[in-house]
Design a protein around this ligand. Structure first.
Ligand SMILES: Cc1cc2nc3c(=O)[nH]c(=O)nc-3n(C[C@H](O)[C@H](O)[C@H](O)COP(=O)(O)O)c2cc1C
Length: 194
């Protein structure tokens, strides 16, 4: 038994990033609940490593470590900027390298940022089906933010923060074997026992 592993993945391909700010806010809220430290991987850092491989069997040590971190996580927070009405190709490439069995039963919080509210359903139409493929459990509330929700690249919207709190509350309901999702939850790393 080890402590629960929380991993944020942000599909941004530039820095600073509004998406990374949202993903870090969600991870921070989950960390606070479980009193464990999570980790955030930004695709701006990971993609140049991952694109050295077109298939999982071509991953080098650094690429394998990134994919291993995804496969070993108990809770994933996955966010992306909307690019061309979908998540970024860099994020898709990462998930193309993840073993199709590795995320089964894992809990996933979805988030996105975009230039227009009109693309707010990207989380539902693009991201959620990706995790349906993986047989993962996505929390019902997804988080979406646009430019006016930020000061610079820092998330400052009370409404978006409230959605994060709602998503995290739902996530906790999806975590069995805790004191109703209480603090200091311990779990094995097997996805079915999260
Ligand atoms: C190549 C590209 C494509 C984009 N396509 C869309 C889009 O289809 N819909 C949308 O709402 N915003 C679109 N945007 C705007 C970004 O989603 C938005 O600025 C986002 O918050 C950037 O996130 P970041 O700060 O994490 O990079 C696009 C931006 C770029 C650079």
């Amino acid at each position: 038994m080890g402590s629960i592993k929380i991993l944020g993945l942000s599909g941004n391909v530039k820095q600073p990033s509004r998406t990374a700010s949202v993903v870090r806010s969600v991870v921070a809220a989950i960390e606070q609940h479980f009193s464990v430290e999570g980790r955030v991987i930004e695709l701006v850092d990971a993609a140049p490593i991952l694109f050295r491989a077109l298939r999982a069997d071509q991953l080098d040590h650094a690429g394998r470590a990134i994919v291993d971190a995804v496969e070993a996580a108990d809770i994933l927070v996955v966010g992306s900027p909307v690019y061309r009405a979908s998540y970024t190709g860099a994020l898709k490439h990462l998930f193309d390298l993840v073993d199709f069995r590795a995320l089964s039963g894992k809990r996933v919080v979805l988030a996105a940022t975009g230039g227009t509210p009109l693309h707010g359903l990207m989380t539902e139409h693009q991201l959620r089906p990706l995790f349906g493929f993986f047989n993962a459990l996505t929390v019902p509330t997804a988080i979406y933010a646009t430019e006016s929700d930020f000061t610079g690249h820092a998330l400052t919207s009370a409404a978006v923060t409230q959605r994060i709190e709602r998503a995290v509350a739902e996530l906790i309901q999806l975590i069995p074997n805790t004191d109703a999702g209480g603090r200091n939850a311990q779990t094995s790393h097997h996805p079915e026992t999260v």
